[in-house]
Design a binder for this molecule. Sequence first.
Ligand code: NAD
Length: 423
Amino acid sequence: MKKCVIVGIGQRSLQAYVIPLTKELADCVEICGVYDLNHKRAACAAKFTGCDIPVFDDFDTMLEETRPDVVLVTTIDSCHDEYIIKALEFGCDVITEKPMTTDDMKCNAILEAEKRTGKDLKVTFNARFRPFYTRVKELMDSGIVGDVLSVHFEWMLGTKHGGDYFRRWHRQRKNSGSLLIHKSTHHFDLLNWWINDEPEAVNAFGSLRFYGPTREERGERCLTCAYKDKCEFYFDLPTDEFLGQLYYENEDVDGYYRDRCIFSDEIDIEDSVAVNIKYKKGTVVCYTLTAYSPYEGCKIVFNGSKGRLEVDHIRTGINSENPYSIRLYNALGEEIKYNFKKEEIVTTAVQSANGLTRDNDTGHGGSDPLMRAMLFRGVSSDPLGHIANSRAGAYSIGIGIAANKSMKEHRQVSLSEFLPYTD
Ligand SMILES: NC(=O)c1ccc[n+]([C@@H]2O[C@H](COP(=O)([O-])OP(=O)(O)OC[C@H]3O[C@@H](n4cnc5c(N)ncnc54)[C@H](O)[C@@H]3O)[C@@H](O)[C@H]2O)c1
């Protein structure tokens, strides 16, 4: 039985870890304590599970009194580093939510602490575990496109999901490092993993023209807004059964309003970004992120020496006959379709190899249950390398950090300027 403590008891923590760990993984993990800046939100761990989960007043006391094997970090992004480093120094292994951290100084401090303490840090890139993205990895590893010469990678967030990042802490760089770190870390990690390479240099542009102070009719938050009857983005927080209890009922402690106005002038992150990346083996990449799209999904093209692989995934917003599509165009001019069934019913090879089945919880296309099982039950076989270490964490945020520097300093940025790797 592994002893685990959790720091940061918000939506992700409860839905992806606290609740499932007390159910499907109760035979191998015990949650010995939780800590959050907001003690009332921390108490939601017990409230939502019905289990006796102690709430601590500070993180250090929690470590001292529980002596855990593993610390799970699920706070806002900008303080992951503080808890990762303290936990490593205390002698614990750490599992941190993505992004590993938000800037180069914090990233290097984490890498140094991991090296110095000899403890293990894993980053939860659950997107890798989606059966559809696992299939892309299998195809890329099989060499069907040959050497990867270039990639077009377009990611679209719908206004419901994308807009949500502009309602709360993510909207300020000091908390999230911008969407290039907070959100794109998933995409950059998938890219690095799929093409089996590491990024070398980055050039980027970005703008904020959809959200932010783009209209006069705005307020501090939806709850008190004078324009709530006509705003298409109005969000009724108190009546949301889960979010109302988690945020609205606890906002007296810390003033965390979950329904802040997406047209606020406090917002300092981009809603459109365009990034060019050059990889160590020579692949060149065009990446874009749009946070206000009518539908949500991704369109990715790998141009290789043997052919072109086109990957489309329509996640929400339109009814597509085929939301999952993978097509290869080979050197003979043929089109080969790799059919993909609904994600929930696909069993991937990595799942079979580890004897893992999924229950009805299909969080993030079935990726969360599979990742949890592999992280907490242990892994007997990881042939595609689903479990991500700190190096993967660093190279995925490395692209975002370089892009942030590139936009600020109007220049191309090499990752070797701030990452410690020499090979
Ligand atoms: N992998 C995924 O698919 C996925 C999805 C959503 C969120 N996340 C990640 O999970 C983490 C949490 O996101 P969320 O959506 O649950 O946010 P949230 O706002 O719901 O929860 C964050 C919690 O951190 C607490 N907190 C803030 N500063 C703190 C500090 N200094 N010390 C202790 N606690 C502090 C807040 O009070 C809050 O309860 C983030 O790192 C986010 O990037 C990952």
